[in-house]
Design a protein around this ligand. Structure first.
Ligand SMILES: Cc1cc2nc3c(=O)[nH]c(=O)nc-3n(C[C@H](O)[C@H](O)[C@H](O)COP(=O)(O)O)c2cc1C
Length: 295
């Protein structure tokens, strides 16, 4: 499928189940960055759906206002209104300045994402996702970006694997894209609260996967100890038998997780390590702003 160049910045959703689109080459200068981002229309709004089945469990969040031990289905960890503004979360009710900055950041992401395709990155959707358990120890692994829009960046996984468990304890994640073939190397860092996508969204994506991957999702107890490869092969055969002649439904504990972009950084590599860094972040008052950082 085609990835529209700047449509995301105007509120379009990007479903990457099929991948591939055209490029849009940019220069790494400040002026060009400003010109590029100026093309982006302000006014993108995030949805604010109701809290899901895990809502309300556990301890308070790092802002001290909401529990952090549960992921919320299709919903920001923090609610709209004064609580969310204090926490600096990008959700409904934000100021025009905030939405403009978010639009601009998403527009930049869209442009770079297209450039990554044009530059021949082996997999522009591959990203590192870092999580941390309640003990504060971080862990990181690669996943694939499957959809993104102004609500956030979505990957799919087992909810009871290590990352899934950590995100239930502490629903905040950091994402990292590295596209070495774009310009002189580009990194995009995205950080924010994590929510579960709706069942409908997860079902639709799961249905688009190859049957072998669907079978694998049922057979894998992600991150648990596996006695031997033979055990796994037996489980695969059992699942295949179970679903023979019919569609494979989505396992209930396999779903999509959406990282809401509270903070996005665009890093452009430059000679002599004189890199260029642009940070979009939201302060405790909920206002987002754009700043340049020393390399
Ligand atoms: C290129 C690449 C893409 C991957 N994509 C995913 C993915 O989308 N979802 C997923 O759960 N694991 C994916 N994996 C496997 C993860 O890196 C990881 O091994 C797995 O999710 C278990 O991580 P955990 O034990 O921290 O939960 C991918 C691995 C690679 C190398």
């Amino acid at each position: 499928m085609c990835i529209p160049p700047l449509a995301a910045a105007r509120g379009g959703a990007h479903d990457l189940a099929g991948e591939r689109g055209s490029g849009d080459v940019l220069q790494a200068t400040d002026a060009e960055h400003a010109r590029r981002t100026a093309r982006v229309q302000p006014g993108v709004q995030s949805s604010d759906e109701g809290p899901g089945p895990w809502a309300g469990r556990g301890r308070r969040g790092h802002d001290g206002t909401r529990p952090a031990t549960a992921l919320y289905r299709g919903h920001a960890v923090l609610r709209r209104g004064s609580t969310s503004r204090r926490a600096g979360v990008i959700i409904g009710g934000m100021s025009t300045a905030t939405t403009t900055q978010l639009s601009e950041a998403l527009g930049t992401f869209a442009a770079l994402f297209d450039e990554a395709l044009a530059a021949g990155e082996p997999d522009r959707t591959a990203m590192t996702v870092a999580t941390a358990a309640l003990d504060g120890r971080p862990s990181a692994r690669t996943v694939l970006l499957k959809a993104w829009d102004e609500r956030g960046f979505v990957f799919y996984t087992h909810l009871d694997g290590r990352k899934g468990r950590e995100l239930q304890e502490n629903p905040y994640a950091a994402l990292l894209f590295h596209w070495p073939r774009v310009r002189e190397g580009v990194q995009v860092r995205i950080e924010g609260p994590v929510v579960i996508v709706s069942d409908e969204e997860a079902d639709a994506y799961f249905a688009s996967r190859p049957r072998g991957s669907q079978i694998g999702a049922w057979a894998s107890r992600q991150s648990e100890e596996l006695e031997s490869r033979e055990v796994f092969n037996r489980r695969l055969e059992e699942v295949e038998r179970e679903f023979e002649g019919r569609d494979v439904p989505r396992p209930p504990r396999w779903s999509g997780l959406r990282v809401r972009p509270e903070r996005m950084e665009f890093w452009y590599g430059a000679q002599y390590r004189l890199h260029e860094r642009w940070l979009y972040d939201c302060d405790v008052a909920g206002d987002c702003r754009k700043r340049m950082l020393y390399p």
